[in-house]
Design a protein around this ligand. Structure first.
Ligand code: SF4
Length: 368
């Protein structure tokens, strides 16, 4: 059996897609079948817009980079179906990693039925995919990512890396990230030996702070991006993390209303989060803040509290990443729905969220 793992064209290829690297390693270790990985997104850009990639890679100033990125943003990614079919021929089975709904639509057009990822319709997990292949006798469940991608096809030398599977906390009521998996941390030595670039993007859903503190000294000569849980135990370590290469921290704040944080079972305190972000900023770390609007039970008062919390803490927030809780999306995912009390029906969300894009843009504008 010849299996192709692929990532369909959608956006500028900044770095190799983590999921493909992981799947390739997991299936290659546990199956005797022939596994090939082709990032069709990177290949599309490399084939049709090589100059854009080259200009971004060779930019020597922020200004040059900004101009090149703006040019790239204006390019419409509209791959020709015949070109895609040509790339996929000669394989018995094709599996696509689907991060965006547009990729899911493309997969429909290509008749790719095996799909995984957050935006995949009927997603399949890696163990079900392995069942379709010729399995080895004993299965080695925990695998790091392998990087046999051609880094020259990407705009940067950043590599995605994961130190654990799932999340140790697993309580946030809206969250499905940890899904069917148990929390598992890879040995620190394995992580260190898997690092093949100076620039690292940690894709962990939520790294455990004690583990991070042991890992950080091994990252001294690197620059890295990570998602962190805003709890006080990390505060006194932020400066040493920065000194060990932490450049950007993305914080799961979600709401400026304590009432909503409690309803989500986030286990965080909004007054403490302000203090943590301030300390992080003082340490020289770039702060990204995740905010989610529209959680069941969120009132106009809660929403205003969130917006005013964002404004009060704007000096410590470098980038706001806001999203909208979509019951229709979550309903498809049993682990989450079972934990959400009184989930509202689609359409019962406050009409203000019909203008969500505008609301988000307005908030973002305040930070410019
Ligand atoms: S939102 Fe983050 S901390 Fe909460 S359960 Fe999900 S991964 Fe874990």
């Amino acid at each position: 059996m010849k299996l192709l793992l692929t990532y369909l064209p959608h956006h500028l290829p900044i770095m190799p897609p983590y999921a493909l690297g992981y799947l390739n390693r997991f299936l290659s270790v546990n199956s005797t079948d022939h596994i090939t990985t082709i990032d069709l997104n990177a290949r599309w850009w490399q084939t049709f817009h090589p100059n854009i990639l080259q200009t971004i890679r060779q930019a020597t100033s922020d200004e040059e980079l900004t101009v090149a990125l703006q040019k790239a943003a204006n390019i419409q990614v509209s791959p020709d179906i015949h070109w895609l079919q040509e790339q996929c021929k000669n394989f018995d089975l094709i599996c696509a990693s689907i991060q965006y709904t547009e990729q899911d639509k493309l997969a429909n057009q290509l008749n790719i039925k095996i799909r995984g990822g957050p935006a995949a319709s009927n997603p399949m997990h890696e163990f079900a995919l392995l069942d379709m292949l010729t399995k080895k006798e004993s299965i080695d469940e925990h695998q790091l990512t392998s990087f046999d991608f051609n880094q020259g096809e990407y705009c940067s030398d950043i590599i995605p890396l994961r130190t654990s599977t799932a999340c140790w906390y697993r309580k946030c009521r809206f969250c499905t990230h940890y899904n069917y998996k148990h929390f598992f941390q890879f040995p620190l030595e394995d992580i260190a030996s898997n690092i093949s670039s100076r620039h690292l993007f940690f894709t962990d859903d939520m790294i455990a702070h004690p583990y991070l503190l042991k890992l950080a000294p091994k990252l001294l000569n690197h620059e890295w991006w990570i998602q962190l849980r805003p709890t006080l135990d990390i505060t006194s370590h932020l400066q040493s993390l920065k000194n060990n290469g932490l450049k950007v921290a993305a914080w799961g704040v979600e709401s400026g209303s304590q009432h909503i944080l409690d309803a989500m079972d986030k286990g965080t305190r909004i007054d403490e989060i302000s203090h943590i972000l301030k300390k992080s900023k003082e340490a020289g770390i770039i702060n990204i803040v995740y905010i989610m609007f529209g959680y069941p039970g969120e009132t106009d008062k809660d929403r205003k509290q969130t917006i005013s919390w964002l404004q009060d803490n704007a000096n410590c927030i470098d980038l706001l990443s806001s999203s909208l809780f979509v019951p229709g999306g979550i309903e498809k995912r049993p682990p989450a729905i079972s934990k959400i009390p009184q989930l509202p029906k689609i359409g019962t969300i406050d009409p203000v969220f019909n203008n969500f894009r505008e609301l988000t843009l307005n908030i973002k504008r305040n930070f410019l």
